[in-house]
Design a protein around this ligand. Structure first.
Ligand code: AP5
Ligand code: MG
Ligand code: ZN
Length: 209
């Protein structure tokens, strides 16, 4: 199954996508993770993307469409995949329609007030992409999955989070009606507990299979 995860920054796209991908044994394609890795490694894409990502602006569509085209052409995508963080604009969604057939769009809905709190306490592993929150880490500073040091993302400060929310509402939220019109949208209440959200997403995906 080819799945898109859609939702505001901090909605839980990465958290849920990782679990669903482990369960369905399909790759999680997070454009944010791909860009952060490219920035860390100072690749040509990374150098172009750095200022956008760190200030919470969207990286230009052409760059993202190229990344996705290359990634979806790889063999591990054949059984299906989850796109986490792509598409983020209507032109990206239109470009995707030309290269892939999407089966379902999972929208995770969360109120803006909760997002700021979630993102300010988030810690991530740049090595494997695992995501944590300080409230459940109990003081631990390394990744449970791979042992790497956890970091706070540069774009998780309150001012940049506000920029990202504005960008989401103006540029990404129009995708909700875009996919509703195509009969692909399923909306989940992302304000619930992580396990509860996971169960409802899995139930819906199993029915859609
Ligand atoms: P990206 O990395 O995609 O960031 P984002 O969309 O802002 O989303 P986040 O990763 O911040 O949130 P998430 O929904 O994954 O939440 P998470 O699971 O971590 O993009 C970063 C940047 O890259 C963009 O700003 C842009 O510059 C660029 N970019 C990427 N894709 C692009 C594209 N297609 N086009 C152009 N530019 C692009 O959870 C957040 C926290 O909440 C965690 O601490 C977690 O533990 C906690 N949490 C999760 N679920 C729950 C719950 N149910 N209850 C309580 N806490 C929870
Ligand atoms: Mg994420
Ligand atoms: Zn890790």
């Amino acid at each position: 199954m080819n799945i898109i995860f859609l939702g505001p920054p901090g909605a839980g796209k990465g958290t849920q996508a990782q679990r669903v991908c482990d369960e369905l044994k399909i790759p999680q394609i997070s454009t944010g993770d791909i860009l952060r890795r490219a920035i860390k490694e100072e690749t040509p894409v990374g150098l172009k993307a750095k200022a956008y990502v760190e200030s919470g602006k969207l990286v230009p569509d052409e760059i993202l469409v190229e990344i996705i085209k290359d990634r979806l052409a790889q063999d591990d995508c054949k059984p299906g995949y989850i796109l986490d963080g792509f598409p983020r604009t209507v032109p990206q969604a239109e470009a995707l329609e030309k290269i892939a057939k999407i089966d379902v769009v999972v929208e995770i809905a969360v109120a803006d007030e909760a997002l700021v709190k979630r993102l300010s306490g988030r810690r991530v592993c740049l090595n494997c992409g695992a995501t944590y929150h300080v409230s459940t880490l109990g003081g631990k500073t390394t990744c449970d999955k791979c042992g790497e040091e956890l970091i706070q993302r540069k774009d998780d400060n309150p001012e940049t989070v506000q920029n990202r929310l504005n960008v989401y509402h103006s540029q990404t939220a129009p995708l909700i009606s875009f996919y509703q019109e195509r009969g692909l949208l399923k909306t989940f209440d992302g304000m619930q507990d992580i396990d509860v959200v996971y169960q409802s997403i899995m139930d819906a995906l199993r029915k859609a299979e």
